[in-house]
Design a binder for this molecule. Structure first.
Ligand SMILES: [Zn+2]
Length: 252
């Protein structure tokens, strides 16, 4: 499968249109970090198969946050495989579809002023085609607080990075030297298509000031590879990536 790319030992990236999801392999167990669009289940299934596993090997779906381009296929995957779905407690209501103002439509008014740009309009149409406006919420969700490593494949350490959403969480896989930063620090702005380490645009952050402050939580982490929710992998330390993101923010 062309889009499944091994980026580190036991870490595979799938560029699913403009969003990424990741498969973490530990022995005969698999975990997804994020689950793409509502339409992504068939691609997840094929990716699992291409790694030589059966779909029952999928033990968990760990979410960075509760937006429809990241929780997309979680409910389908949960129902088909019995995998647990986990998110930090502050985003549980979003993932269950119970947050007032948590629907995809809530993002639209802030996007409208940007739609004159072909790249922004292109993203909205791309997202709509992938089911973004009709999310499939997750019926059974487990929550956690940031408190050491999670007992899941790859032993991820959650790092609270609120701002994009209240409960946005990044995950450090310390043994593998990999930081999965979700939408707290990306390498592609899906609206402008600008590349390089950067924040998501304020129009899609629920608290832009908190999003900026969260960069400090990533800065101190030890890793050599940044794997974002949008954009290509970035080799270097989180501190360097954060420096680039702050420069890009000042230049904007
Ligand atoms: Zn996103």
């Amino acid at each position: 499968m062309a889009s499944l790319e091994k980026v580190a030992d036991g870490v595979h990236r799938f560029a699913d249109g403009l969003v990424n999801w990741y498969l973490i392999v530990e022995g005969d167990q698999l975990m997804l970090v994020d689950s793409g669009w509502p339409s992504s289940w068939s691609r997840i299934q094929a990716a699992i198969q291409s790694l030589g596993h059966s779909q029952e090997a999928l033990r968990a779906i760990l979410l960075t946050h509760g937006h429809a381009d990241h929780l997309g296929a979680a409910e389908a995957a949960r129902q088909k495989t019995g995998a647990r779905v986990l998110v930090r407690a502050e985003d549980e209501a979003r993932v269950r579809g119970q947050l007032r103002g948590g629907s995809s439509f809530a993002l639209v008014p802030k996007l409208v002023p940007r739609l004159w740009k072909p790249s922004a309009l292109g993203f909205v149409l791309h997202a709509a085609r992938h089911g973004f406006m009709t999310p499939r919420w997750v019926a059974e969700v487990e929550t956690f607080h940031v408190d050491g490593q999670l007992d899941l494949p790859g032993r991820p350490q959650p790092v609270a990075t609120p701002g994009h959403t209240e409960g946005h969480t990044s995950y450090l896989f310390a043994d593998r030297g990999v930081l999965l930063s979700g939408d707290a620090l990306v390498t592609l702005d899906p609206l402008s298509r600008d590349q390089g380490p950067r924040l998501m645009p304020d129009a899609v952050n629920s608290d832009p000031r908190a999003a900026r402050a969260s960069l400090a939580a990533l800065e101190a982490l030890a890793a050599g590879l940044l794997l974002p929710g949008h954009g290509k992998p970035w080799r270097g330390s989180p501190a360097d990536a954060v420096r680039h993101a702050r420069d890009a923010d000042r230049a904007a």
